[in-house]
Ligand binder design. Sequence first.
Ligand code: BGC
Ligand code: BGC
Length: 816
Amino acid sequence: MTTKPTNRAFRRRTALLLATLLATGSSALAQVAHPEKWPARKASVLVDRQAERTIDRMLARMTLEEKIGQMIQGEIRSVTPEDLRRYPLGSILGGGGAAPLGATPRSGPAPWVASRRAYDAVALEARPGHEPIPIIFGFDAVHGANNIRGATLFPHNVALGAARDPELIRRIGRATAEESAASGIEWTFAPTLAVPQNDRWGRTLEGYSEDPALVASYAGAMIEGLQGRAGLARPIARGFVAATAKHFVGDGGTHDGVDQGDTRVSEDELIRIHFAGYGPAIDAGAMTVMASFNSWNGQKMHGNRSLLTGVLKERMKFGGFVVGDWNGHAQLPGCTADHCAAAFNAGVDMAMAPNDWKALFANTLADVKARVIPLARVDDAVRRILRIKLRLGLFGTPRPYETKPEVVGSAQHRALAREAVRKSLVLLKNDGVLPIKANARVLVAGEAADQISQQSGGWTLTWQGDGNTNADFPNAQSIWAGLAEAVRAGGGTATLSPTGAYDTRPDVAIVVFGETPYAETAGDLATLEFEPGDKRALALLKKFKAAGVPTVSVFLSGRPLWVNPEINQSDAFVAAWLPGSEGGGIADVLVGTADGRARHDFTGRLSYSWPRRADQFALNRGAPGYEPLFPLGFGLAYAHGGQTPRLSEDPGLDAASVNRSVVFSRGQVRAPFALQADPAIRQEPVDTEQAQGGALRFGWSGTAPVRLRFTGPVLDFAREAKADHGLSLTLRVIGQPAQAPIIALAGGRLSGAGLVAAPGTWQTMLIPFACFAAAGADFSRITDYLTIEASAPLALDIAEVKLVGGADPAKCPARP
Ligand code: BGC
Ligand code: BGC
């Protein structure tokens, strides 16, 4: 690897200068929108005169408590059906990885339908003075009904963008709606209409494109696919669900690509780029809009009345309701998860209050009584929620799809997902090795080749998409299984070898590798370099190259990444994104006939620009100095190939200098964190199910600390400690220690008893920063990051340690 220090120093200085300019300039950018600048609409497609009269009558009968209840959504893991008798909540959500009532996570549709009915049984109970109103049950069906076992998993949005096919999107929406409805769920928190502008952002995979026009062309199609066409006078009931246009607005524009960060742009740019999908979504009748975690020029969206009310509801005549994001209200100044008048007053109609719904209910009620929240605001919010419940046909007969579990993972839906996989593959290089002759001897290598969880990414059965095995995907096919099927059908031989070892020399090796699953903040990156400092895939490719075996790289990722060295070592390189359950779609395009003709050509074209260097974070067409490796819209095909010259292997930026979130991954400490273990602790690599040497074993022979120190300039997590961030540790304990370990972060000490609770099994523990802060941690200037103090006879296998969002500060380990 060659580096040019002078260049690099120059770039760093320029970046610093720019950052200073931006920071000082940001105060000059407005936070209050001017609605007259925004597109306008005359009326809402969701408002029907007759339904409004029904709502008038309901509102007249409802108590104030019942109205407040409608405005609050709790999470299935913390609300029982009986709770609804005292707290008449309007909605329940199942968060990523949630289990239905009385069942385990990764359940099929039946217990979900039963849960939904159990809540409604109480909500609709005839009780004196009670207005029976069905709950609305929501979950994140972001690439199919992805929380349901056996569901069809469509490629993530980053892949669908490459297909450039709005009709395909509409059909996917329809299929997702059917599978959700069959699982008792009538509302999905999708589609994400983010227009990601910085590929470091962990949610880039949830956006269709960096190009606002492409997002706009998909938005209406997806809403109509999920909800059916707008403008119908009758309720939507035949297997359609309510959609959510999210996250309003500017989620994809945060400074540095930091999740939940600040979008520092002018109002014109907010409209032109980040709002692009909302006009078409609202025209298509989007029933709900989710307020975003991000700020606009320093002000959190959950509190931005000018945008939520002035622009969205008044100017755009959005007639549905605004749902908050997961405790998103808690991030407003002066607010907490259990108390926040400001969000309701700004225009949030329903707060997503997963755990703190009880106290939020009491506090909101008090706020309305004290006129801190006007009653008219409450009536408006409840009217909007009832409007959607009526349109969804929730009152009255059960929804027809609740008795159709067979649509979940049906052959027809899987065929559609497979078509989507074929259409979203982007061919970046082909020096003639593709298509593979079906009668060839094919070796399929790479850690990801036979991992359905990895090809599916985050938001798959669990929130982070972690902890799943192939057995958890009954209606799915791994990439390896699809390739094997195609090659064997064509008379060839296919062998799976994740490590790349072989006895008989293959004609070609297909190497499947890429990002491991993540969601939200956990996916934020320091740089765009793939496998910084590790380069396992590259090593594998080099091995084949040295042996003269031609290689085809199948790269799985939620965004474009800097893979120049890997491209150089490959004879063909395919960006396969996160294809989901239908691995066979890859074989459809890569494996041709026995005489070498293609069965399907590549048609996918990049919906994100591909970086030439690892420091091209905000690489978007039209931006100054646009110098991509592959521009937006790029994609080779069999019909029109092209030669790829050797690429520079200078990443442009030192990854370690900017990493703040990943302390430990795949069993290795990540720079600029450094490991300091007492000599009384043995260290040895151990394998995990995902990777050889995927964890590091620490074996204690006395009492001693393991320290993970931050060696970079300044680590300041004060903001993260106030929001819902925490430390996620993936580990396995071997043996029982004499006394419970102590786990310390930034100087706050907590009992590590939870770490050693379940010996022998892999577990992921999430400890909120807030808990360490309560124990005295100082997050504003961290040097000693994490310390684990333990004693013999204990061994810990640590696979991963990283910063994530979504920690529940109420769940603190004890103090030692
Ligand atoms: C995410 C939303 C999601 C919600 C519920 C939040 O953390 O930002 O996109 O819909 O959780 O899972
Ligand atoms: C939930 C997700 C949610 C996240 C919020 C998780 O515990 O399962 O659905 O998006 O928290 O940060």
